[in-house]
Design a protein around this ligand. Structure first.
Ligand code: G1P
Length: 312
């Protein structure tokens, strides 16, 4: 492992910061075991479980694509190879559909097909925390800003979360984290930020952040604004992740390295306006299925009828 003294890092970071560059790459950490979904996740990665008719991972990839991302980097683990297959061409399936004249199905497949060479896969070899998973992508990201999307967090909004963040990035060139309000009792499940004094958290151009803390006790939480799983980060985060000490829950926490990055680079908060479903939990996963079904022209009516009947 490369080790830089903090003073050297600081100098590196200060000089690298001047010119904001286009965000072309997105990282998707998908190494988690998904034990909350056993037995479903025993042989099938939890990211491949479906919300209505699309795997969970596809929502984050579509969101990234809609925000202009050109290269999709997956940090996987053992038993996740089917994710790679999902984003590859399927020649036999395609030729069978062509023979049968199933154009609508071919269009569905084409819709989310990354171009040749537009995906990369690397493995997180041990479950050492989100910060470590992100660090595993350092060679593929290289020296450029990148988006980070945690695929468990499935979002629904008129303007997708990452697209809104890109607008802020284009104006500020800053590091950006998207946040939302959570119930006070839920703060210990998330990274929590505190807005700068007097900051307008509704400002469409983002707002300054004073501090952030990973999974605080309720009494220590600086606000109820939680980090919702969408980030735009400068590559200097990798130098900080490299020597990040373990934090909350014994893992290498991205939030801890972002807090250090805040000392030397601008960081903005972006309040996401929309619905977020935490598909890492069974409740969130079910809520997402109901919400997306109610939004699907072919399923809305039957879902409504079914729910009415079930609820009496
Ligand atoms: C991670 C982050 C946390 C963030 C959350 C959003 O936690 O560490 O800051 O709020 O994702 O889902 P995890 O869910 O991996 O425990």
């Amino acid at each position: 492992m490369r080790k830089l003294k903090f003073a050297d890092q600081l100098e590196n970071l200060m000089t690298k910061q001047d010119t904001p560059r286009k965000v072309r790459k997105a990282v998707f950490p998908v190494a988690g075991l998904g034990t909350r979904f056993l037995p479903a996740s025993k042989a099938v990665p939890k990211e491949m479980l479906t919300v209505v008719d699309k795997p969970v991972i596809q929502y984050a990839v579509s969101e990234a694509r809609a925000a202009g991302i050109e290269h999709f980097i997956f940090v996987t683990g053992r038993n996740k190879h089917v994710i790679e297959d999902h984003f590859d061409l399927a020649p036999e399936l395609q030729s069978t559909l062509e023979e049968r004249g199933k154009q609508a199905m071919l269009d569905v497949l084409a819709e989310n097909q990354p171009a040749a060479g537009a995906t990369s896969f690397t493995r997180q070899q041990a479950p050492l925390g989100l910060g470590h998973a992100v660090w595993c992508a350092r060679e593929i990201v290289g020296d450029e800003p990148f988006a980070l999307l945690l695929p468990d967090m499935v979002m629904k909004a008129a303007t997708p979360c990452l697209a809104g963040m890109m607008d802020v990035y284009d104006k500020t060139g800053a590091n950006i984290v998207a946040v939302e309000e959570c119930a006070p009792e839920d703060v210990s499940s998330y990274g929590i930020i505190a807005p700068g004094e007097g900051a307008d958290t509704d400002a469409s151009g983002g707002f300054p952040i004073a501090t952030m803390v990973e999974k605080p006790a309720i009494a220590d939480a600086p606000s109820n604004l939680f980090i919702n799983g969408r980030y735009i980060l400068q590559p200097e985060i990798f130098d900080l992740l490299e020597n990040q000490e373990k934090g909350a829950g014994g893992g290498i926490q991205l939030t801890d390295s972002m807090l250090r990055l805040m000392e030397i680079q601008d960081f903005s908060g972006f309040t996401f306006r929309g619905e977020t479903f935490d598909c890492g939990s069974r409740e969130g996963f079910l809520a997402a299925n109901v919400a997306f079904a109610l939004d699907d022209p072919d399923l809305a009516e039957s879902t409504r009828t079914m729910l009415r009947k079930k609820l009496g």
